[in-house]
Write a protein that binds this ligand. Structure first.
Ligand code: NAG
Length: 474
């Protein structure tokens, strides 16, 4: 028998945590990440290090430098044993000495869909098992949990369209999770919070998760312009009828399956089923599949407005002309035909970029209605014209040779734009001890007095700018 708290926990695990996604910010401002240096390498003993912009920088180990220039204010987060020393110029492999400038992370925007990874669980995030999402859903949704990887620093511009607060379910920073607004607000006001988050909109948490087993609609449409701004769509596509999935910024080649769900449907179980039955097959190894609940689209010509219900949109892409994606979409359709009733699925329709889709019952009905209407109108027109003495002209139809299908070259940018196979997580064994800054390294002697240390980091006030910044001195 379960005691009551266990029951609550179980319910929380089943519904509260799993129907939305975990979204992880990708870029870091770690000292040891060589892509953060203009030289392309981590500076060594003969180099002069310059931090031109304010921010938060995580330092994992000890480094020797020739000289260091700090911005007006900022934060160095030192892992246990990390620090800086002068006099390592004889390091083997250190070049002739250069000026190494740290990258300015100010332009990196929260609403850039290319800067996030999504996963079903925190464990999947850690193991690099990411799920694909359309662009609007690649940035965190209101019910998602946001993760900034432990043992990394970062800087993100949270400005939203219209300046409204950016709300999510929880935010994890440096291994600490904030799910209450008061706690988050306190953190955002701290020196670390101000070094990591900037921009015209506040970040907020609203701890109501998504407790509908059929999932929740991710409504980021208010920020659509901002989200699509940073996305480079391919200029030409190698398919007949490119598709535009709901929430995506670009046309794509592939297939979109609309799944109508009924009572008993679970988005998570269906995701797992599709993964196990299809995505794990070698034939579909390169396929990207995004699955989410989207609002019902209005029917054509405004007929029966509001009658269309939410459905599950399954976007299938293969990075090429879409034929592999289409084959998978047809497998999904066959699975729904065979097992729909058990899965809580009332039906499914497919749209494919090869132009061979099936239309749902409503689409067929509306199409048939307009088809009949057109026939009647043409018939009436011909009768009227004939009465007035008009004879139809005879038209010679030339026979058309059928065009051979031309495969287009596959472009690497397709993969990049969609966060595809190039998406690879990494694990850094250096950071497996999250007990940060527990020991104050002795190499950081008293001679660096403008820098103050707390258990949460090293906050410095650059003496050259003392007038402007006094409140950071912890
Ligand atoms: C280094 O930073 C880049 C860009 O921010 C990021 O994509 C990459 O994952 C980081 N690499 C490592 C090893 O942390």
């Amino acid at each position: 028998m379960l005691r009551r708290p266990d029951v609550c926990l179980l319910v929380f695990c089943l519904f509260g945590a799993t129907q939305a996604l975990y979204k992880q910010w990708i870029p870091d401002t770690n000292y040891e990440n060589r892509s953060n240096w203009n030289t392309g390498v981590v500076p060594c003993g003969r180099d002069r290090v310059v931090f031109p912009a304010p921010g938060s920088v995580y330092v994992g180990t000890a480094h020797s430098v020739q000289e260091m220039t700090l911005p007006p204010n900022g934060e160095l987060l030192l892992h246990a044993g990390a620090g800086f020393y002068i006099g390592g110029a004889e390091e083997p492999g250190c070049g002739a000495g250069a000026v190494a400038r740290f990258r300015d992370s100010d332009p990196l925007r929260w609403f850039d869909p290319t800067l996030w990874h999504a996963a079903l669980t925190p464990d999947d995030l850690g193991k690099g098992r990411h799920v694909f999402s359309v662009h609007e859903e690649s940035v965190p949704c209101e019910r998602d949990d946001v993760v900034f990887e432990a043992a990394t620093s970062f800087r993100v511009d949270t400005s939203s369209s219209g300046g409204g607060a950016v709300t999510v379910r929880s935010v994890s920073v440096l291994g600490e999770t904030f799910s209450r607004q008061a706690d988050l607000a306190r953190y955002l006001g701290s020196a670390s919070g101000r070094a990591q988050f900037h921009g015209g909109s506040a970040l907020a948490v609203e701890p109501s998760g998504c407790d509908d087993p059929a999932g929740c609609v991710c409504d980021n449409s208010a920020n659509r312009r901002r989200i699509c701004e940073g996305v480079a769509c391919p200029p030409a596509l190698p398919c007949e009828v490119p598709l535009r999935p709901a929430g995506h910024c670009c046309d794509v080649c592939g297939a979109v399956v609309s799944v109508r769900f009924a009572a008993g449907f679970s988005l998570l179980s269906y995701r797992r089923r599709v993964q196990r039955l299809f995505l794990d097959l070698p034939a579909y190894g390169a396929v990207q599949l995004g699955m989410s609940r989207v609002p019902g689209a209005p029917l054509p010509m405004g007929l029966l407005r509001g009658g269309a219900a939410d459905h599950i949109q399954v976007v299938v892409l293969d990075g090429g002309a879409g034929l592999v994606a289409e084959a998978l979409a047809r497998d999904l359709l066959a699975d729904v035909d065979a097992h729909g009733a058990e899965l809580g699925i009332a039906g499914a329709e497919i749209k494919a970029s090869s132009g061979n889709g099936t239309v749902g019952p409503w689409g067929a009905l509306v199409g048939a209605f307009f088809g009949v209407l057109l026939l009647v109108l043409v018939g009436v027109g011909v009768v009227v014209l004939r009465r007035r003495g008009w004879r139809p002209p005879s038209i010679a139809m030339p026979t058309m040779p059928s065009m051979p299908a031309m495969p287009w070259p596959r472009r690497a940018t397709d993969d990049e734009a969609l966060g595809g196979p190039l998406d690879a997580g990494f694990e850094n064994p250096m950071f497996d001890t999250p007990g940060l800054m527990s020991a104050v390294p002795s190499i950081y002697g008293a001679e660096m007095s403008p820098i103050s240390m707390t258990t949460s980091g090293v906050h410095f006030v650059n003496p050259a700018y003392e007038d402007h910044e006094t409140d950071l001195n912890v």
